[in-house]
Design a protein around this ligand. Structure first.
Ligand code: FAD
Length: 381
């Protein structure tokens, strides 16, 4: 995206772009093929400050704003959706929940380790029976003396098997409306009863770690509770507002990355004696993608800017995610079409971008749910 950010943002964009070109792009196809999260990349992400983007310096982080966060995710996604998803969920969900709602003791325990990459963060809201209707979750946490015992199953959890800790949402009260009886807990890897029970193979973002988790009599002290008892769902909604900005940024990066490849390909591929870039039908695919992605970028960076000004941005985040994910899916599809048969085979990256971008229409609230959020706001609900 070529809007003017301030000098600090421009420098960040360039440095993450260079890093992604050197350390991620050359391996992205192989990681996707191997369907494995590249743990060897973690120290490099940490050294770049990408594992503590929003974490204040007092906990070892980069202390950057939401615009910077979106820039970083966009630039990683330009070459690899899996790593963008990993960095987004680590920063925004698991680490973000501790940062926003954790106690000082929890921040001192978890944030420096998250920033250094010693512990990647996972965040477990979704369950086999509840995704969009997240408040219908069935995992329970019951008081047991001074602590809690958690039981249930979580699914689709990013970093579920490679994470060092996981923020788990569980029901703590059944006598109130379902949104008002949920509490967050942070569970350390290795806690008895807490296990990654199944790796999930995926359509896209194949190099990100996605698992089902089981919690079988997991005992945690009350010091592992994050936020107030029964307040976890309200806190979660705030986490997701920020998360949606990062997923919009991820969509942008995947879309722009695919568009760049399509432009380069259209200039060098010839048909009927001409570069295909000279055919108007091809030009329109490229032009539509550029217009839609720039419009999506404006929505995305508006939402980030509002968040940085501490103004309400829930509606704007939903609008950005909705439009950016759908625009980027169209842009990636167009880029594949421009590549013809070469787009469909795996040697060129556009098919990977198209597979990776689809998650942006699903994760952190589907497009249907974003429309519900926007409608609720415009109707004054
Ligand atoms: C790769 C990947 C990574 C993920 N990472 C995480 C993670 O780290 N942590 C986590 O907690 N979750 C994670 N998720 C889960 C993700 O957030 C959910 O998949 C998503 O919220 C949708 O929930 P669902 O899959 O249960 O679909 P459902 O809620 O069952 O929806 C099915 C369909 O019904 C539609 N629908 C549902 N309700 C309505 C309605 N009211 N009106 C109109 N349409 C509706 C949906 O839009 C969708 O099209 C991840 C998912 C994937 C695929």
């Amino acid at each position: 995206m070529d809007f003017d950010f301030d000098e600090q943002h421009r420098l960040l964009r360039q440095s993450v772009r260079d890093f992604a070109a050197a350390e991620i792009a050359p391996h992205a196809q192989r990681w996707d093929r191997e369907e494995r999260f590249p743990v060897e990349l973690v120290p490099k992400l940490a050294a770049m400050g990408l594992l503590g983007i929003r974490v204040p310096p007092e906990y070892g982080g980069s202390g950057m704003d939401m615009q910077a966060y979106a820039i970083a995710i966009e630039e990683i996604a330009r070459v690899d959706g899996s790593i963008a998803l990993t960095v987004a969920s680590h920063n925004g969900l698991g680490t973000g929940h501790i940062l926003a709602f954790g106690t000082e003791e929890q921040k001192r325990k978890y944030l420096p380790r998250a920033v250094s990459g010693e512990w990647l963060a996972a965040w477990a809201l979704s369950e086999p029976g509840s995704g969009s209707d997240a408040a219908a979750l069935r995992t329970t946490a019951r008081r047991d003396g001074e602590g809690w015992v958690i039981d249930g199953t979580k699914t689709f959890i990013t970093q579920g098997s490679v994470g060092g800790f996981c923020v788990v949402l569980a029901r703590t009260n059944t006598g109130v409306p379902k949104q008002q009886g949920i509490t967050a807990f942070v569970v350390d890897r290795g806690t008895p009863g807490f296990a990654a029970s199944r790796h999930l193979r995926k359509y896209g973002c194949r190099a990100s770690d996605t698992v089902e988790l089981t919690l079988d009599g997991v005992r945690v002290p009350d010091a592992q509770r994050v936020g107030a008892v029964d307040h976890g769902f309200a806190d979660t909604m705030r986490i997701l507002d920020r998360g949606r900005v990062s997923i919009a940024a991820m969509a942008l990066g995947l879309g722009y990355g695919a568009l760049e490849k399509a432009i380069a390909y259209a200039k060098q591929r010839t048909a009927f004696g001409n570069p295909i870039a000279e055919f108007q039908a091809i030009q329109w695919i490229l032009a539509d993608a550029k217009v839609e992605l720039d419009a999506a970028a404006l929505l995305t960076y508006r939402a980030a800017w509002l968040a940085d000004r501490h103004e309400p941005f829930s509606k704007e985040a939903a609008m950005a995610k909705l439009f950016a994910s759908e625009a980027a899916t169209r842009a990636c599809g167009g880029a594949l079409q421009v590549h013809g048969g070469y787009g469909y085979v795996c040697e060129f990256d556009v098919e990977r971008h198209l597979r990776d971008v689809k998650i942006c229409e699903i994760g952190e609230g589907t497009s249907q749910i974003q429309r519900l959020v926007v409608a609720k706001h415009v109707l004054g609900g």
